[in-house]
Design a binder for this molecule. Structure first.
Ligand SMILES: Cc1cc2nc3c(=O)[nH]c(=O)nc-3n(C[C@H](O)[C@H](O)[C@H](O)COP(=O)(O)O)c2cc1C
Length: 175
């Protein structure tokens, strides 16, 4: 299937490389869209090399790219999904390449979110509310984070789900 993968700015961005690698080995075609913050953690080159596809970082680099990529996708996912991206999706914001392309995703195509963040961010009521709100919309599948010692040293929920589990959710959502 054609997998549109959004990567946002968190420590777990490097694990999205593993996810792309797994998905490609399973025969999927993956196109990655990175937020500006994601590029502070991982370079576009890694995703280009692993996917064999171009990586989108700028809505305005290719005028109709966001529409074409949205139409191309059988399923979309964001892994890791930052608290910020979750909030922007819940508010219907489309102020970067990822938000704009997801906004243009044809009706009926599902969006898998794999949030990853510090435990206090994860337990923040506004993040909980945003995710509950997105789940209620009926087109989002949330892959819950794992509980572990996080990069910041805190122990608790907030770690990115295992890439193999995120891929299983993507395959289920892509039908
Ligand atoms: C070292 C570092 C690690 C971060 N890790 C996370 C994270 O795991 N999850 C998260 O939601 N935000 C994390 N942030 C904050 C985001 O990078 C920040 O909210 C950013 O605006 C998100 O932008 P984006 O959602 O457009 O990618 C981290 C910031 C830094 C400096």
């Amino acid at each position: 299937m054609n997998v549109l993968l959004g990567v946002s700015g968190g420590i777990a961005a490097y694990r999205a490389c593993e996810l792309v690698s797994l998905a490609v080995k399973r025969g999927h075609t993956v196109r990655v869209i990175m937020t500006s913050s994601a590029q502070r953690f991982v370079g576009t080159t890694s995703f280009e090399a692993l996917s064999g596809q171009p990586v989108m970082i700028d809505t305005f680099a290719d005028a109709l790219g966001h529409i074409e990529w949205a139409k191309w996708a059988s399923v979309a996912a964001v892994a890791p999904a930052s608290a910020n991206v979750v909030g922007k999706l819940a508010c219907g914001l489309a102020d970067d390449a990822l938000g704009t392309t997801l906004m243009a995703l044809p009706r009926g195509r599902r969006i898998v979110l794999a949030p990853a963040m510090n435990t206090e961010m994860w337990l923040n009521p506004v993040v909980e509310r945003n995710l509950r709100w997105l789940a209620e919309l009926g087109r989002y599948d949330i892959v819950a984070p794992t509980e572990k010692r996080l990069a910041c040293g805190d122990v608790g929920p907030g770690g990115l789900a295992e890439p193999v589990d995120v891929l299983a959710a993507i395959e289920a959502a892509g039908g």
